[in-house]
Ligand binder design. Structure first.
Ligand code: IMP
Length: 195
């Protein structure tokens, strides 16, 4: 069974491929197509963006599509960067630019800087829409640590851990992460429904 994952993010693709490893689902993505639409994430919520991505990629490929929209929510910043997590420091910014901006904004507040990663994962097959949510709570630290993962991983310590997410292997991260939880739920629902 083929599913097309609507992403151009290699970090996310390898995480989601690991989750669907050893199942009957084969995860296709941008690399499997000559052209692949870049879906504009212009909705106001993670949920709406995830559904939009799954729908556009299904319409493009004709193959059942999965998509996610995820980001970081920081309590002291009233939920920022939220849906703007990917471009917090501006269009075409790097992960490092985003981390620097986050640490700069948080330097005005006392520790701990409580935060959570959230992920909405959507499925669309031309008929049925499914959406599930996963969350990982933790805090932001002021020194970037570790070289695994992507995005805000080097400054995020999950609750109950001493390490940043950038010090976790992909497999360890999948077990606890917002995306891991969301796509594990989606995988269970899809196989239960025999989709
Ligand atoms: P999107 O889901 O592709 O819109 O991007 C979400 C953005 O949130 C990414 O570019 C990262 O900056 C951030 N993000 C989402 N998930 C993670 C994660 O697992 N680790 C670190 N940063 C993440």
């Amino acid at each position: 069974m083929k599913l097309v994952f609507a992403t151009g993010n290699k970090g996310k693709l390898s995480e989601v491929r690991k989750i669907f490893e050893n199942t009957s689902y084969e995860i296709l993505s941008k690399e499997n197509f000559d052209s692949f639409p870049d879906v504009i994430e212009d909705r106001e919520t993670f949920e709406e963006n995830a559904i939009k991505k799954a729908k556009e990629i299904f319409e493009f490929s004709g193959i059942p599509a999965i998509a996610d929209d995820s980001g970081l929510i920081v309590d002291q910043l009233n939920g920022a960067p939220g849906v703007y997590s990917a471009r917090y420091a501006g269009e075409n910014c790097t992960y490092d630019d985003n981390n620097n901006k986050l640490l700069q904004e948080l330097s005005a507040f006392p520790e701990p800087h409580n935060a959570a990663f959230v992920c909405y994962a959507a499925y669309y097959d031309g008929d049925l829409i499914l959406v599930v949510r996963g969350e990982l709570k933790g805090m932001i630290i002021s020194e970037k640590t570790g070289d695994q993962g992507f995005g805000y991983d080097p400054v995020f310590i999950p609750d109950g851990s001493k390490n940043t997410l950038a010090q976790y292997s992909a497999e360890e991260k999948n077990k606890i992460s917002h995306r891991g939880k969301a796509f594990e739920s989606l995988k269970k629902i899809l196989s239960k429904m025999e989709l």
